[in-house]
Design a protein around this ligand. Sequence first.
Ligand SMILES: N[C@@H](CCC(=O)N[C@@H](CS)C(=O)NCC(=O)O)C(=O)O
Length: 301
Amino acid sequence: MARMIEGQWEGSWRPADAEGDGSFRRKPSVFREPLPQGPIEAGRYHLFVAWTCPWAHRTLVVRALKGLQALIPVHFANELTDRSWAFESPEASPYGDHHLYQVYLRADPAYTGRVTVPVLWDSQTQRIVNNESSEIIAWLDSLPSAAPRLRPQRWLSEIDQWADALYEPLNNGVYRAGFASSQAAYDEAVAGVFACLDGVEARLEGRRWLVGDRITEADIRLFVTAFRFDGAYYSLFRCNLRRLADYPNIQAHLVRLFALPGVSETCNLAAARRGYASIRAVNPSGIVPAGPLGLVGVVGP
Ligand SMILES: N[C@@H](CCC(=O)N[C@@H](CS)C(=O)NCC(=O)O)C(=O)O
């Protein structure tokens, strides 16, 4: 299992530690320090992300919609290797690192666990503040900004209900389908994915956004999975009962969110597709599927 034990690598990359029933279980995030309150100094906190990762993507979308790009620098590490995410070159990392694990070791030389994106890094204390995207996005939303809140108090309970309704069956469900190592685990996951999409499609009938009358965090949680669906999950993760494009309301929601200022810059479907195709545990040849045709205008720069 490619994870670090007391600062040393063990094994090669696999989706998860073995589970007896062939199902994939995502491990809880490790760094959960309290996030700073109030205004922050520009350039102090950095994000480490990968184009492939939907959890990282949601931090990028919130950062863009809140106009925080100048405040919080971002670093991309795009290739998932046996030694964690690799930076394209040492210049892509603020410290000249070649792999993300080196950032983890800088924070904790005896780190034990998986090396995941996104990471919120404090360049002043040289610590990982947090590597749990749901906490990072709530924090980004709380920072002073002229943009409206994505977690407004009045809709908070509904937003969190949608977060729960989307997470296990859909956001993580596509991974449970793709990383399943038994037919039963795959069948269960894929049924959940499409039951969730059916419910979301019905919810979006005659509505622009999932909660209230404007965009909230709930929409971003849907968006990051919808964005990757036809290009990666449909083929590589075998979520192929229907394409996302077969859901007109979700497709329209995807295009609507993609068109908001700053969002297309957070999207790189070609890189995401390459990233998923490079996961040898699901795609030993590394070949990037050609289709499906008609990945509608949401591919990013
Ligand atoms: N709970 C985490 C999950 C992050 C996560 O699992 N990221 C994946 C990429 S999509 C990762 O970095 N995986 C590398 C590994 O598990 O070795 C979050 O939402 O921030």
